[in-house]
Design a protein around this ligand. Structure first.
Ligand code: PGA
Length: 250
């Protein structure tokens, strides 16, 4: 049984103070829930420590929004997997479409994913087609390419232990438009098939595939009810404690 994971991607929002107080609220309602869901918060890098302190000793996991593909050294502005582990991060998001938009290639995503996994840091690998690709009927080809390219250095064991995939159709991110639960489910099934070709049926069955793109309280229950949808990567709605709480309990 794959445990559902609800991850909040705060993007470039909040302050040190509001990060800590939102994390405290998430901690409180995560505690009230039975341990049938994993909850992860991915604040901006400068607030990782404040969020870490606010969730310490709880089951809420700490995540980062990105990770460098490089070993520590002369890389101005980058944050290494070692640093994230040092801060208590369980996972880093890699290949988010907002980073791909600013020039992050499949090869860079592969470097980030591989280095994180080698160091023992989990990842949430984001894949998803743009609107024009879906209109051309290329969405599966795009998702397959992104998965194969990003994971080409992964062993089955890396994949089973370190990998979570997030299917995020680019046209659904921050737009209020969501894939229908049925379309999302179809893509998740397809993606799991690609994972099975790469790593075998057993591993593919154990890897969680989250859905992301305008997940909100009004659509979360329907999406999360699907067997193939193992959780959600939530942007906008994770910035509001009440909305995020509702999604967690959906
Ligand atoms: P959204 O963002 O929920 O605001 O659409 C999701 C994401 O980018 O991970």
């Amino acid at each position: 049984m794959r445990k559902k994971l609800i991850a909040g991607n705060w993007k470039m929002n909040l302050t040190r103070e509001t990060s800590a107080s939102l994390a405290g609220e998430v901690r409180r309602f995560a505690l009230e829930r039975k341990a049938d869901r994993e909850v992860l918060l991915a604040p901006p890098f400068p607030y990782l420590e404040a969020v870490r302190a606010a969730i310490e000793g709880s089951l809420v996991l700490l995540g980062a929004q990105d990770v460098s593909p490089h070993a520590p050294g002369a890389y101005t502005g980058e944050v290494s997997a070692e640093m994230l582990l040092d801060l208590g991060c369980a996972r880093a998001i890699v290949g988010h479409s907002e980073r791909r938009e600013s020039g992050e290639t499949d090869a860079i995503v592969r470097g980030k994913a591989k280095r994180a996994a080698d160091l023992g840091l989990g990842i949430i690998l984001c894949v998803g087609e743009r609107e024009e690709e879906r209109l051309r009927g290329e969405e599966k080809r795009v998702v397959e390419r992104q998965l194969r390219e990003a994971l080409s250095g992964f062993s089955g064991r890396d994949a089973e232990e370190k990998l979570v995939v997030a299917y995020e159709p680019v046209w659904a991110i921050g737009t209020g438009r969501t894939a229908t639960a049925r379309d999302a489910e179809e893509m998740h099934r397809f993606a799991r098939g690609v994972l099975a070709e790469l790593f075998g049926e057993g591993a593919a069955h154990s890897i969680r595939i989250l859905y992301g793109g305008s997940v909100k309280p009004s659509n979360a229950a329907e999406l999360l009810a699907k067997d193939e949808i193992d959780g959600a990567l939530v942007g906008g709605a994770s910035l509001d404690a009440a909305s995020f709480a509702e999604i967690i309990s959906s």
